[in-house]
Design a protein around this ligand. Structure first.
Ligand SMILES: [Mn+2]
Length: 447
């Protein structure tokens, strides 16, 4: 058995060498060039002049019986390594001359009968992952404890305020601060400001994955338009949505799918999806596929009957126009995401349309616009990024105005995904129809 595994691992190594010799075949990890991950680590090392960066990857046990393994975003962003139970040390001053160390579990033939062959520490993994050193995870604490005195500043992912979950990093952070743990004597700082700034600007490979996620989400919206009719349950559409994601090669939904009909169209994060859809309902479908760690987030609002009523149509057109105003307001280098919310709010304020609030008082449309228009989009659906920083090339974000009139059971949200390029604004979800007439045309072809 062992010999067979050694043979497999040796052949994999040879195949890898062949792949590396052929310069046309760029080594990839999770859909991105190995060189991109390495460049991120180098960029981080240059910013962390004193101290070490230490990150923990996800473990199989984090997901219980129902979850499938998924690497955590910061670890994935810096390494592309999806081996469960991994750790990372970046030492700008070098530990024994080495600046990048990845720690992974040694090979375990009896476990591999269940999970399949897995790369172990050593030369093969160093070549595949583009790391200076890939060591057994048993060496992790020893390596940390042995770092020279000048490296005793410990940059890691510190819990966000109010976050009560004990992450692997926070446990490690308390160990390096405490006495008698073998790794004590460090001061702890947060690495996330550095990583968040880097993650905000997307590379070409990241944009390609985001586009795949968005296209999978477009396929799901087409499935919704085909199958939505009075009498259908919201969860049936959710089934169509998840099926379309998976068929398009996405691993999962990037957040719980929202299929809210009638009164639930006015509940922003409704996702129980148990209601039967009635004639006359509007249905807000806010969904996103995750494709190789990158999230889409696209909302469309459908009339259950296939045709908007006059009232639904005037609110729909108003929301769509608010989105167009936001698009038109964007000046790269000047506009911030927070300003887009103001653009939409002022546009709604200026509308002559009126509706009743839940106490029966007449209100302008801005009263029914109850959230901001935009968030960053990336590995997290509400991605990391600075809301006060003017938009610049490589930024990916949503524009999603909405109007929610509870007294009329009428909610409309329209959400698209955008990137700032060298030449300006590009709508990544532009292939997914959103004009009222286009939605009606799509629904005319229902089964
Ligand atoms: Mn969104």
């Amino acid at each position: 058995m062992k010999r067979v595994l050694r043979w497999i691992s040796a052949s994999a190594f040879v195949l890898l060498l062949i792949a590396r010799v052929d310069s046309a075949v760029e080594p990839m990890l999770a859909g991105q060039p190995v060189a991109d991950y390495r460049a991120r680590r180098q960029q981080l090392i240059e910013q962390i002049k004193e101290g070490v960066v230490v990150l923990g990857g996800a473990h199989e046990s984090d997901f219980g019986e129902v979850g499938r393994f998924r690497q955590n975003n910061y670890f994935q962003y810096l390494t592309g390594v999806e081996t469960p139970g991994a750790y990372l040390i970046l030492a700008p001053k070098g530990a024994g001359g080495v600046r990048e160390m990845l720690f992974i579990p040694p090979r375990n033939p009896s476990a591999e009968r269940w999970t399949g062959p897995q790369m172990g520490p050593g030369a093969e993994a160093e070549a595949a992952f583009g790391f200076e050193r890939v060591l057994p995870v048993t060496e992790f604490r020893k390596t940390l404890a042995g770092l020279p005195g000048g490296e005793k500043v410990f940059y890691t992912v510190t819990p966000r305020p109010g976050d009560t979950t004990r992450t692997r990093e926070s446990m490690l952070a308390s160990d390096v601060r405490a006495a008698g743990t073998g790794v004590e004597g460090f001061s702890v700082r947060s690495v996330t400001p550095f990583l968040n700034r880097m993650r905000q600007t997307k590379t070409a490979a990241e944009l390609a994955l985001l586009q795949k996620a968005i296209d999978a989400t477009g396929a799901a919206h087409l499935a919704v338009a085909r199958n939505l009719r009075p009498g259908v349950y919201e969860y049936e559409l959710e089934g169509d949505i998840l099926g379309a994601f998976i068929r398009a090669g996405a691993e999962r939904a990037s957040f719980p799918s929202i299929v809210g009909s009638g009164r639930y169209s006015t509940i922003l994060h409704y996702n129980r999806n148990r209601k039967q859809i009635d004639e006359g309902d509007l249905v807000v479908v806010d969904i996103g596929a995750e494709y190789s760690y990158y999230a889409a987030d696209v909302t469309r609002t459908y009339p259950a009957s296939g045709v908007f009523t006059q009232r639904q149509r005037e609110i729909y057109d108003l929301v769509l126009e608010a989105q167009r105003r936001c698009e038109a307001a964007i000046e790269p280098g000047k506009t911030t995401l927070s300003q887009l919310t103001r653009v939409a709010r002022e546009f709604f304020q200026a509308s002559p349309l009126r509706a009743k609030d839940d106490k029966g008082a007449e209100r302008g449309m801005d009263y029914f616009f109850t959230h901001s228009t935009s968030h960053w989009l990336g590995m997290d659906v509400h991605d990391v990024g600075d809301y006060a920083r003017p938009l610049q090339a490589g930024d990916v974000f949503t524009i999603e105005p909405g109007i929610y009139i509870q007294s009329e059971n009428l909610g409309v949200r329209i959400e698209d995904d955008y990137v700032i390029t060298a030449s300006g604004l590009k709508k990544l979800s532009g292939a997914i129809p959103s004009a009222a007439s286009e939605i009606e045309a799509l629904m005319k072809n229902r089964k």
